[in-house]
Ligand binder design. Structure first.
Ligand SMILES: C[S@@+](CC[C@H](N)C(=O)[O-])C[C@H]1O[C@@H](n2cnc3c(N)ncnc32)[C@H](O)[C@@H]1O
Length: 316
């Protein structure tokens, strides 16, 4: 087996996102014949086993154009364009509301320092295509927003600079419609700072914040426990932490040896919310929990319906 790759995304445990311009250095790619799914994750105690097959076959979904367009539509598309022809789904009112805007609203409503007299600073980890970071900028004076995907950060920076970005969303097969992602012109976009980063290996000078938002991230990182353990250090005393997650534990993102929940132990179900409580409660008080449905449109007749569990925590 010969492997040459300069891309850290060659392993799901890589610490830096695979930068697109590194493709010029990509060398021999085939490391194992397909399929190797059985032993791909059978890596014992060694989480640094190179999961090349994963990289070739799945790549990092969050670097792919298909995902970028689906996320632009989910984050910036109108509910009417998203669910055209299926308006009956608006009977679930939350589907008409924008998920990212609702996350920012949860932060605002539960932060004791909003409307105080000092400038509010927010951190968003796993910011995707930036919609919630822009929403946070409505009431926060500075928003640092990170994502592992360099393509997503590129999109965020274009939206920050231009305030809009054309994209296509899928109707059926290769039929697409043109749309425009637009950041509300009343939002002071310059308050947002977007940077590529790994929530499991944050830069040491990241600082601490009045508001920390992690939307649908904890089940996407390679080491959820390490990530959760870093949160107390990121939230200022009395600050607020908002976590949303559908608890979708997947080998593609987290080696099962690192799962914190989603398995049986001594005949008991180990579930995500209890584990979050165990890990966070020494440092945070749980102030609220709710369900916030969201829909990602794949095409006009196929949608991912997800009901992330949103929990709001106040730093003790
Ligand atoms: C399910 S998406 C959620 C995106 C966004 N928060 C939202 O709600 O629309 C998960 C996001 O986490 C990012 N991500 C995955 N692993 C990460 C890591 N280790 N550090 C930071 N971001 C990561 C992905 O690139 C992706 O943008």
């Amino acid at each position: 087996m010969v492997l040459i790759s300069t891309g850290c995304q060659a392993t799901v445990f890589g610490r830096f996102a695979f930068r697109r311009h590194f493709f010029q250095h990509a060398g021999i790619r085939l490391a194992r014949p397909n399929p190797i799914s059985k032993d791909l994750y059978d890596i014992g105690d060694n989480p640094h086993f190179i999961t090349v097959n994963h990289w070739i076959n799945n790549s990092n979904a969050y670097e792919q154009e298909k995902t970028v367009e689906e996320y632009l539509q989910y984050a910036y598309g109108t509910p009417e364009s998203n669910l055209e022809g299926f308006e009956f789904m608006f009977s679930l009112p939350a589907l008409k509301d924008n998920f990212s805007a609702q996350c920012a609203k949860l932060c605002q409503e539960n932060s004791p320092v909003v409307n105080g007299d000092h400038p509010i600073e927010a951190l968003e980890l796993g910011c995707g295509v930036g919609r919630s970071a822009f929403e946070l900028a409505r009431f926060c004076h500075r928003v640092v927003a990170q994502d592992f995907s360099s393509r997503f950060i590129q999109i965020c920076n274009i939206l920050k600079e231009k305030g809009q970005l054309p994209y296509n969303y899928t109707v059926e097969g290769k039929i697409t419609r043109k749309a425009q992602a637009v950041v509300d012109s009343s939002i002071p976009r310059e308050r947002c700072h977007f940077e590529q980063g790994d929530a499991c290996n944050l830069r040491t000078d990241i600082g601490s914040y009045d508001i920390v938002l992690c939307a649908n991230l904890v089940d996407r990182v390679p080491d959820p426990k390490k990530f959760l353990d870093s949160l107390p250090g990121l939230v200022k005393p009395d600050g607020v932490l908002v976590i949303t997650t559908p608890y979708t534990w997947m080998e593609n993102y987290t080696w099962s040896g690192k799962w914190i929940a989603g398995f049986m132990e001594n005949d008991k179900e180990v579930k995500g919310f209890s584990v979050l409580q165990n890990i966070l409660s020494p440092h945070f008080e749980l102030v609220k929990k709710e369900n916030i449905p969201m829909i990602i449109r794949e095409h006009s007749r196929k949608f991912q319906l997800c009901i992330p569990h949103a929990t709001v925590w106040n730093r003790k």
